[in-house]
Design a protein around this ligand. Structure first.
Ligand code: PLP
Length: 415
C-alpha cells in the first residue's frame, strides 16, 4: 500500500456507508467514467499509441479515431461541420480559447458583457480583461436565477466585442435561452461575438447550434462521463479566433500539441452515449431529481428551494437549509456516504457564500446552508430514498446546535 493510500483510507473506512457504497450526487462537479467510454479509450493507451499525424500505417487507426470522435462531437453540438470542432483539455481552456482568442482578433473594441453567475473560468477571464482596460458589464438574475434579458439587451453597444453567457448554471441548473440571446446580440450588433459556456448543458439537454447565431460553445468531457483532461470548443465557421497555444498544425492551427487520442476517443464515445441517453436524462433523471426535491422540502422544516425556475437542467436541485452551516450538512451527509456540494466545486472548501446564490438574493439565513444535489443516469431510486430518509435526522441534529433557536422555533411553528 502506498503512502498516500495509507493516509487517505482510514477516514474513508470510518464512513458508515450502507452496503459499503457511496451515493454520488455531485455530478455537476464531475462524473464517473462510463465503462463503455473506458473500453473505447483503452486501445489507444495500449497498442495503438502512434502519433495520429505520422505518415506510416501504424498511425492510421489513431488518426481514424480522432476523425470519428470529431464527427460524434459535431453531432453532439448539433453543428453542421466537423471542421467547427476543436479539442481542448477542459471547459476552462475552451472558455479561455474562445474569449481571449476572439478578443485578440478585435482589439479596437473594448467592451464585454457577461453575467453575475458565470463559472470562474469565464468570470475571472473577463476580470483579467477589466484589468487591461476593458469595460465589463455583469448582467444580473432574478431570485430564481433567471437572467435579465432586458438588461442584457440595453447593454449591447457599438464597441461590444464579446457577450459570454452560460447555457446552464452549475449551481442552480437554470437554463439560459442561448438561441434567443444570440438573436438579441446579433440584432443589436452583428459584429459582436457570442460565446456560450456549455459545460453544464452537455449531456443534460440537447445542444443544437446549427440554426442559431451562437459563435462558440465550450464543453468539458468529465461532466458527461468522459475522463478529466479533455474538452471541446465549437467555433462557427464564420467566427475568427487566434490560438492560445502556438506550435504545430494540430486542430487546424488553433490549438497546438499532439492530440490526446485516448481521451478524445473517450469523449467522442461519451458524446454518443449522452445522445443515446438524452430521453432517459430528461425523464427518469428528472423524475428522481423531482422526487428528491419534493421529499426533502416535505420532510425538512427549515428547507427552501433556491430555484424552481421552469427551465432547469433535469439533474440539478439547490436547496437551502435555514440557520445551519452547509459544511456541517456535507460532513453529516458524508457519514452516510452521500456526496453533495455546498457551491461550485471550485469554491467549496472556502467559507465564502456562493456568488450565484448571492446574485439571486438568497436570504442570508439560507445562504450558508445551501446544498446542491446533482444526479446522473447512474443514480438509483433506492439512493434517492435513502437521502430523503436521512435528511430529517441530520437536520434535527444540526438545528439543535444552531445558535438561532428562536428563529428556528418560529420556522417550525409556521410549517
Ligand atoms: N463552466 C462551468 C459552468 C462549470 O461548471 C465548470 C466546472 O465546474 C467549468 C466551466 C470548468 O470546466 P473544467 O473543470 O473542465 O475546466
Amino acid at each position: 500500500m502506498g503512502k498516500w493510500q495509507q493516509k487517505v483510507s482510514p477516514s474513508r473506512l470510518n464512513l458508515t456507508i450502507r452496503d459499503n457504497k457511496m451515493i454520488y450526487l455531485d455530478n455537476n462537479a464531475t462524473t464517473q467514467v462510463d465503462e463503455k467510454v473506458l473500453a473505447e479509450m483503452l486501445p489507444y493507451l495500449k497498442g495503438e499509441y502512434a502519433n495520429p499525424s505520422s505518415m506510416y500505417d501504424f498511425a492510421k487507426i489513431p488518426a481514424q479515431a480522432l476523425k470519428e470522435a470529431r464527427v460524434k462531437v459535431r453531432d453532439f453540438f448539433g453543428a453542421e461541420d466537423e471542421k467547427e470542432i476543436f479539442f481542448t483539455s477542459c471547459g476552462s481552456e475552451s472558455a479561455n480559447m474562445a474569449i481571449k482568442g476572439s478578443l485578440a482578433c478585435n482589439k479596437e473594441k473594448k467592451h464585454i458583457i457577461t453575467t453575475k453567475v458565470e463559472h470562474p473560468c469565464v468570470m475571472n477571464t473577463c476580470k483579467s480583461f477589466e484589468k487591461q482596460g476593458y469595460e465589463v458589464d455583469y448582467i444580473g438574475v432574478n431570485s430564481e436565477g433567471v437572467l435579465d434579458l432586458d438588461e442584457l439587451k440595453s447593454k449591447i453597444r457599438k464597441d461590444t466585442a464579446l457577450v459570454s453567457v452560460m447555457w446552464a448554471n452549475n449551481e442552480n441548473g437554470v437554463i439560459n435561452p442561448v438561441g434567443e440571446i444570440a438573436d438579441i446580440v446579433k440584432s443589436r450588433n452583428s459584429e459582436t461575438i457570442f460565446y456560450v459556456d456549455g459545460v453544464q448543458a452537455a449531456g443534460k439537454i440537447p445542444m443544437e447550434v446549427k440554426n442559431t447565431k451562437i459563435d462558440m460553445v465550450g464543453i468539458s468531457g468529465h461532466k458527461f462521463h468522459a475522463p478529466k483532461g479533455v474538452g471541446a470548443l465549437y467555433v462557427n465557421k464564420g467566427c475568427r479566433i487566434t490560438p492560445l497555444i502556438n506550435g504545430g498544425h494540430q486542430e487546424r492551427g488553433l490549438r497546438a500539441g499532439t492530440e490526446n487520442v485516448p481521451y478524445i476517443a473517450g469523449m467522442g464515445k461519451a458524446a454518443e452515449l449522452a445522445m443515446d441517453n438524452m430521453k432517459f436524462e430528461l425523464t427518469e433523471v428528472k423524475r428522481l431529481r423531482d422526487k428528491l426535491e419534493a421529499g426533502i422540502l416535505k420532510n425538512v422544516f427549515n428547507s427552501r428551494l433556491n430555484s424552481s425556475a421552469q427551465d432547469r437542467v433535469p439533474n440539478t436541485t439547490n436547496i437551502g437549509f435555514e440557520y445551519v452551516e452547509g459544511e456541517l450538512i456535507l460532513l453529516h451527509l458524508s457519514d452516510y456516504g452521500i456526496c453533495a456540494s455546498s457551491g461550485s466545486a471550485c469554491t467549496s472548501g472556502s467559507l465564502e457564500p456562493s456568488h450565484v446564490l448571492r446574485a439571486m438574493g438568497i436570504p442570508f439565513t439560507a445562504l450558508h446552508g445551501s446544498i446542491r444535489f446533482s444526479l446522473s443516469r447512474f443514480n438509483k431510486e433506492s439512493e434517492i430514498d435513502l437521502v430523503i430518509e436521512k435528511m430529517p435526522a441530520i437536520m434535527d441534529k444540526l438545528t439543535k446546535i444552531s445558535p438561532f433557536q428562536e428563529e428556528l422555533n418560529k420556522l417550525r411553528a409556521r410549517r
